[in-house]
Structures are given as structure tokens and as C-alpha cells.
Design a protein around this ligand. Structure first.
Ligand code: ADP
Ligand code: MG
Length: 430
């Protein structure tokens, strides 16, 4: 399968230009190849949808010609278990990108980073268990996997088990159902280092906790290293057995905070360098300032930006960036006014604002006017008369007429509905 993937990558270079290849094709991995169906992994939903919409046919074509028969390709967001070609010292069941080298440190995460490093150098001795907690998207999984990769490199033949808690819960349930408890327990028996990600998922599930408690104790007694991540400080995880909570605090508990501005800039630069692109400083500054609570979101925004520029070949500038990233930007303080609605609507219909304030009856103008009035009613607190005034002194029955007309047409006409939605989307940026 890896061979097939390598051949595919080789061939793809003839079909995609190099930036498309770097950004979209190479980061994928092959998950399975069964019965004329190939399953590929992608890092996130956006990536998957993008591939499906833009490259799927070409990808299927390449595979079909390599295998000399028609094959179907399914793109998924499951994690790839296959080693990426060329990277030899990485643990095969961990995400290859999640290494210490790719982890940018700053005041927000350096304690967690240092503790993770210490664990690698002092397995089972110093900080056991190590518990890392933070909000989502701040690097817990990255760090716990980095420990896995580093241990894999450092200690030959060591038995590493990475286990997301959801998987622990699911496997445990099916073990009971299919009477495979022995098999389940066997998996944990000879583990040298257990990496349990997102432990909060075993909260509220008693039998699971009981089982994990036993596993924990067995490993701990044998001085095997345990690393746990959680979305909360142990004391704040609800519905978890006190004995377990207590054990979580035996070792070292460290947190990761949202990154500071400088760290965010460094992370953005490292991600763009990874893709061999450079962004103007003002764009980096813009992203780092506006998307600041979640690194995953920051990455999502970057992916979208790079995709856009690679596909359209347009040079990115600040305004374009704002447009592309509109959905990613905070909207709390954004007030929608009649004026911004008029502007968005006129831009969309390529009219002058004076047109929709006029009495002109040209079809395009009256449709735009109806829509702008409808949106003014929807998004502002103004009365019908106040809205009428802002449209060149229309009376309130005219305003009601517009609102009814648009509401009705939205129900009946899908493309009209899309057009109104498009303007609503524009409003976020006006
Ligand atoms: P969590 O498990 O806390 O929800 P992840 O570990 O999945 O968060 O991180 C989300 C994304 O952000 C990942 O793609 C990860 O590589 C990236 N990331 C998080 N922290 C850093 C960092 N310090 N340096 C570089 N990338 C990071
Ligand atoms: Mg995680």
C-alpha cells in the first residue's frame, strides 16, 4: 500500500502544479485499499471537502491508471496510520507532523513542553503521571504524540501505546460485548509508556474508570510512564472517581494557555515555511491578531488562505485576506446598520446607493431595494417608518410590502434565497 502511495505521489507531480501538490496532495495519506476502493486521509473537514470538490476526479484517474482498472477514492478525516515515505524514525501510529521539532514554544506552553521533554529523558521516574490540560486546539495531542515520537527514537524496541479515551471507551464496550476482555487487557499489559489522550471522555462511565484504574495501578507499580491529557484541571473534571482524580495529581500537572502574540506569529511562520510559502508581514499580523484563542482555527484559516492563492494564483493582500477569512473572524462587536446593508446590497447588484433610495422602478433596482429593506428589518432594531426614511422617505406600507415580497420569494426560489444569503454573508465584512 505504501508503495502504491509513493507511486501515486510520483505520478501526481505530473498532474498538479507544485504548490497544489505541496499544499493538498502531499499532506494526505493512504488509509486502505480494498476491493477497488482507496481511502485517503486528510487533516480536517475543510481539507476533505476541498479535495472532494476540486481534485477527486484527477486523483481517481491517477490511481486507476496506476492500477490499470477503475478505482473509487474516498477521502476521509480519519488519521493515517501509515508512515509517510522518507520519514523513518517516526512512530507509525502517531501523526507524523506532531513532533517536538514542529512544536513552537512560548510562555504559554513552555512549561508543558519542558515537562514533556523531561518525561522522555526520565521515563517512569520523575513525573508520573504527567497530566497536560488545556482548552481545545492548543496542542495537547501534538505534545503527547511528540513524546511518543521522541521515546520511539530514543529507546529501541520500546512498547508505546497511544490511546484516545474515546477509543478506550469504545474498545472496552465491545470487549465486554464480544467477551474479549482478556484481549483488551493484554494490550495494556506490556506497555512501557501509555499516552491517554482526552481523559475527560471516561468521566461518567463507571466501568470504564474502574478498568482504567486497574490498568493505571498496574503500570504505575511497574514504574511505567503514563501521560494523560485533559480539557480541564483534574479537580474540575466532573463525574470522575475521586481515586482516579487523586492519582492524576500524583505526578505533575501542567497547563497550556492560549499563545501570546509572538508565539502566534512564530506558529504561523513555521506553518507557512512548512508549505514553502511566505506571507507578507501585514497578513501574518492580521491573522495573529484576529484569530487568537485556538491554534487549530489559526491553521484552518491559513489552509484556506493558501488554498485560495494556490488555486486562483492571485497575490494575497490584506483586503483579500479579510474577505477570504471572513468566516473565521470574530463578529461579536460587529454592528450591522442600514447603511452597511445598503452598501453590501448595492455592491452585490452593482448599483449606486442613491438608486435604491430613489423612486426608480427598474427591475434590478426594485429587487435590490426590497432585499435591502428586508435585511434592514431582519438585522436592525429600527421601526418600519425609520427604515422607510432611510430609503428616501418610503412609507411604512411600502416597507411591509418589500419585506413580504422577499420573505415569499425566499421560500419559493432557491437561487433567490442563495442570493440573499450571499448578501447576508457580505454583511459580516461591511
Ligand atoms: P488539542 O489536542 O489541545 O485540542 P492539538 O494538539 O490537536 O490541540 O493542536 C491543534 C493544532 O494546532 C495541531 O495541528 C497542532 O499541530 C497545532 N499546534 C498546537 N500547538 C502548537 C505549537 N505550539 N506549535 C505548532 N503547532 C501547534
Ligand atoms: Mg487533542
Amino acid at each position: 500500500m505504501i508503495e502504491l502511495w509513493k507511486k501515486f505521489l510520483e505520478q501526481s507531480k505530473n498532474f498538479f502544479d507544485s504548490s497544489t501538490f505541496d499544499i493538498w496532495i502531499e499532506p494526505m495519506g493512504i488509509l486502505s485499499y480494498e476491493e477497488d476502493t482507496i481511502k485517503l486521509s486528510t487533516p480536517n473537514d475543510f481539507f476533505r471537502d476541498w479535495i472532494n470538490e476540486n481534485y477527486l476526479t484527477t486523483i481517481e484517474g491517477i490511481f486507476s491508471s496506476l492500477l490499470e482498472k477503475p478505482v473509487k477514492v474516498i477521502v476521509s478525516t480519519e488519521k493515517s496510520n501509515i508512515k509517510e515515505p522518507g520519514e523513518k524514525k517516526l512512530h507509525p501510529s502517531l501523526i507524523s507532523r506532531y513532533t517536538f521539532e514542529n512544536f513552537i514554544t512560548g510562555p504559554s506552553n513552555e512549561f508543558a513542553h519542558a515537562a514533556s521533554n523531561a518525561v522522555v529523558n526520565n521515563l517512569g521516574n520523575q513525573y508520573n503521571p504527567l497530566l497536560i490540560y488545556s482548552n481545545v486546539g492548543l496542542g495537547k495531542t501534538h505534545l503527547i504524540m511528540a513524546i511518543g515520537h521522541a521515546v520511539y527514537q530514543k529507546y529501541e524496541g520500546i512498547n508505546i501505546l497511544y490511546c484516545p479515551s474515546q477509543k478506550f471507551v469504545n474498545d472496552f464496550i465491545s470487549a465486554i460485548r464480544f467477551q474479549r476482555m482478556n484481549e483488551f487487557r493484554e494490550r495494556f499489559k506490556n506497555v512501557d509508556i501509555l499516552l491517554l489522550d482526552d481523559v475527560q471522555f471516561i468521566a461518567g462511565k463507571e466501568a470504564n474508570q474502574e478498568e482504567f484504574f486497574t490498568i493505571f495501578n498496574n503500570l504505575y507499580e511497574k514504574k511505567k510512564q503514563i501521560v494523560i491529557t485533559s480539557d480541564k484541571y483534574p479537580k474540575l473534571i466532573q463525574n470522575i472517581d475521586d481515586r482516579l482524580r487523586n492519582r492524576f495529581e500524583w505526578g505533575l500537572v501542567v497547563d497550556i494557555q492560549p499563545p501570546e502574540y509572538e508565539t502566534r506569529v512564530a506558529i504561523i511562520k513555521s506553518k507557512t515555511a512548512y508549505h514553502n510559502v511566505t506571507l507578507p508581514d501585514e497578513i501574518i499580523h492580521f491573522i495573529a491578531t484576529n484569530i487568537n484563542k485556538n491554534i487549530r482555527e489559526m491553521e484552518g484559516a491559513l489552509t484556506k488562505l493558501l488554498a485560495y492563492s494556490s488555486l486562483t494564483k492571485k497575490k494575497l493582500n490584506l483586503n483579500l485576506t479579510k474577505e477570504i477569512l471572513a468566516d473565521h473572524l470574530p463578529k461579536e462587536n460587529h454592528v450591522i446598520t442600514v447603511e452597511s446593508i445598503q452598501k453590501a446590497t448595492c455592491d452585490c447588484f452593482q448599483l449606486k446607493i442613491s438608486d435604491i433610495k430613489s423612486q426608480k422602478k427598474l427591475k434590478k433596482i426594485s429587487i435590490a431595494r426590497h432585499i435591502a429593506i428586508y435585511l434592514s428589518r431582519k438585522y436592525t432594531e429600527l421601526s418600519l417608518n425609520e427604515i422607510g426614511n432611510k430609503f428616501g422617505g418610503k412609507d411604512h406600507s411600502t416597507v411591509i410590502h418589500s419585506i413580504n415580497k422577499v420573505s415569499k420569494k425566499i421560500e419559493e426560489d432557491e437561487s433567490f434565497k442563495k442570493q440573499v444569503e450571499y448578501i447576508e454573508n457580505l454583511l459580516k465584512k461591511y
